[in-house]
Design a protein around this ligand. Structure first.
Ligand SMILES: [Zn+2]
Length: 421
């Protein structure tokens, strides 16, 4: 953590505008406390060397500070996307929407370039921290993260997963002549020795979180398998994120007490209860129809069924009260969208499922910061926290659609987006 602070300071020297390393005073019309779901009017936020040093209505602006006037706007903490794949773009016109073909056609070098582009796009949309959850070939996203940390390129704080660990086959259906087609995309680990090796190699090559696919094959990871990997990951201070698409996979992940369960299309209510008891965080990744149609070519009836299923599972989670964090899984190249705007479009699905703006903002900031292990530095606006701030014309607490109108982004004290108002 200390190292990350230091690197954030380096970024300021490289990118600060217009006065390097200077004090910035932000005049905010209102500031949102996303944890409490409240706003405070007419606040002044002082930022020094990438860190917020004061917030309040009567804060003195130091002499010589750069003043940023957001006095007719709403300022809130930078947002989190806890389930992204920056080093993967599915291009429907090229590969029919099949991400398997993407992994075969795009070199790791191409994927690192995509990662840099997507990282900037996410940041400009207002996502100042992301958890990149694998599908990056041979650690392309590790290099993207290192470049961001070193200030060589601009992007969100990244917690990346490295290679996804899965039972033989990963998420693909292989043919016996070419069993290695799913590697390095996936790290096959069926025995305990292979699980240990997969985790240790991932950590060595820069994974900050361990991602497993619990299901998607006939053999799925058992509760004991998952507990075993959770403990092995914990030895290196890594948390365990579990892709769980099926009811059985979600059950095993819930019982094993993973840090987070991802997707949860078919999770049963009893397993949402169990997961809540076991301290698991739910990361739903609801696909809007426009994207799911491109990937899957469904009939309107099938599409309506898929849509309803996703909404229904999030509704159950809300009713049961399991902590939720915003995730997107946005990977498709769609006309009129950047990676950032595509990710932000997911707020519509969560809203439709009944999440209030206050609940959604918590899922995109403070609860996400807890899940990613960065809550001491990010996710709130307070003295001592990294200056990751965004601004919208109106308050997202009143209308969550305001998040699609982000016009100002500051990351570690550096202004990376400021549209003319
Ligand atoms: Zn995913």
């Amino acid at each position: 953590m200390v190292r990350r602070i230091a690197l954030g300071v380096v970024a300021i020297w490289l990118y600060a505008t217009p006065v390097s390393g200077q004090v910035v005073a932000i005049m905010a019309g209102q500031v949102v406390n996303t944890e409490a779901g409240t706003t405070a009017a007419n606040q002044i936020i002082i930022v020094e060397s990438g860190v917020v040093t004061a917030v309040g209505p009567d804060v003195l602006i130091p002499e010589g500070a750069e003043v940023v006037d957001l006095s007719s706007s709403t300022v809130l903490p930078g947002l989190f996307d806890a389930h992204t794949h920056l080093c993967m773009i599915v291009r429907p016109g090229r590969d029919g929407g099949h991400y398997y073909l993407t992994t075969l056609q795009d070199s790791d070098a191409a994927r690192a370039v995509d990662g840099v582009i997507n990282a900037r796009s996410m940041l400009e949309a207002g996502f100042t921290t992301v958890r990149d959850i694998g599908n990056e070939g041979a650690y392309a996203c590790t290099e993207v993260r290192r470049a961001i940390d070193a200030g060589r390129t601009v992007g969100p704080t990244m917690i990346n997963a490295g290679r996804i660990i899965a039972p033989f086959g990963g998420q693909f259906s292989l043919q016996p002549d070419r069993p290695n087609l799913a590697e390095p995309e996936y790290f096959f680990a069926d025995t305990r020795d292979e699980m240990v090796k997969a985790i240790r190699e991932n950590v060595h090559y820069g994974a900050l979180v361990i991602k497993i696919v619990v299901d998607d094959q006939d053999y799925i990871y058992s509760v004991d398998d998952i507990r075993f990997m959770k403990e092995e990951a914990a030895r290196a201070g890594r948390r365990l994120a579990a892709h769980a698409w099926t009811a059985e996979g979600a059950h095993n992940a819930a019982e094993a007490g993973v840090t987070s369960m991802e997707h949860l299309w078919a999770i049963e209510d009893a397993d949402l209860e169990l997961a809540k008891q076991n301290g698991v965080i739910a990361v739903f990744t609801p696909f809007p129809d426009e994207e799911w149609e491109v990937i899957n070519s469904l009939t309107p009836e099938e599409m309506a069924g898929v849509h309803a299923q996703q909404i229904d599972r999030i509704r159950s989670a809300l009713r049961i009260g399991i902590p939720m964090v915003f995730g997107t899984d946005a990977i498709t190249e769609l006309p009129g969208h950047t990676r950032g705007t595509l990710a932000m479009s997911r707020i519509d699905m969560f809203s439709e499922a009944g999440m209030t703006p206050a609940q959604l903002l918590r899922a995109m900031t403070t609860t996400a910061a807890e899940l990613l292990g960065v809550a001491e530095l990010r996710g709130t606006i307070a003295p001592g926290m990294a200056a990751d701030l965004i601004a919208t014309p109106g308050s997202p607490l009143d209308d969550i659609q305001e998040l699609k109108r982000v016009f100002f982004v500051m990351k570690d004290g550096v202004i990376v987006r400021r549209d003319p108002s």
